[in-house]
Design a protein around this ligand. Sequence first.
Ligand SMILES: *Cc1c(COP(=O)(O)O)cnc(C)c1O
Length: 369
Amino acid sequence: MIKEKADHPIAVTRSSLPPLEEYVEMLKPLWESAWLTNMGEYHREFAELLKQYLQTPNLELFVNGHMALELTLQAMGLHGEVITTPFSFASTTHAIVRNGLTPVFCDINPVDYTLDVDRLEALVTERTAAIVPVHVYGNICDMDRIGEIANRHHLKVIYDAAHTFGETYDGRGIGQYGDASMFSFHATKVFHSIEGGAVAFQDEGLAGVLYELKNFGITGYESVDSVGANGKMNEFQAAMGILNLRRVDEDIDRRRALAMRYRERLAGTEGIRLCPENPRVRYNYAYMPVVFDGYRKDRDQIFSELADADIHARKYFYPCINDFKCYRDRYHAEDTPVASRISRQVLTLPLYAQLEPEIVDLICDIILR
Ligand SMILES: *Cc1c(COP(=O)(O)O)cnc(C)c1O
């Protein structure tokens, strides 16, 4: 006899939180100093801890991942076109457009849904300045070939690494690849600081520029040198990040066990596709994407059957960015057919550290029944 319904609503994700007393304890020094933001003590400490955890010598904190990406593109002084994929969160393309740059959409590959490197070089023109590939769902892009093409054409590579907190490739922190990588610490991510983000980068010279840009371009009490924004992470965010960093490995272990449970049940079913795992990557199990391709029920039907059981999976990412109202007059989803098809077939199933294994079983029962 299988259960029919979850006994409480199940969302696709749920934020991990430290014990409230620990957070309150962290707040006491803030009440004493009244230093709440503008690169305080927790900001400094959090940045140092992250450099170690992410194995990256150069790192700058931001109020969120989006500002980290937007200001990194600005800091690099790019002009012209930027190649990216439409199979991502709105932030990736918005960061490009809000810098006055022109996005050029490259299709994704049908295996792990990252940028299709076989289509990349054909999109490079004399106006191309950079590539912004997305390590979508925690799947690592083909960084060797992206790097090779970028070198040949003198292009910057800025990874949207919002989904890859703590992942390693060949044992090296993922932030060591490309020119820069943006991480998001939003409440819905594997690791969070309520809202928050960081950029890891190779060129040490970028540190000062990023710092200046996240602080309005201010360089001294009486000098403002660049058209910056407000991208500063505050002390409450940094305190939350410091506490969550202590538990993130435990959370990832739990996520791994749940992801394995999903895989055991769903793998090998005709019409159900799971992402392959690359042995060179240490994953963080941020998401559980499942593609229904020729399965006896389609994505939308499974979405509704789960919703009827009070389980709320997400059509993540649907629609594709080039089909958003704000872009569709200039771009066409048909130009990236793989992204367009996957966005109609993919469902991201609930996955978070505190998810009960029985709910994973229930979800699989509903999918397979
Ligand atoms: C979450 C996310 C972002 C933006 O991060 P925020 O911290 O929410 O600003 C950017 N890109 C992708 C792929 C994301 O999932």
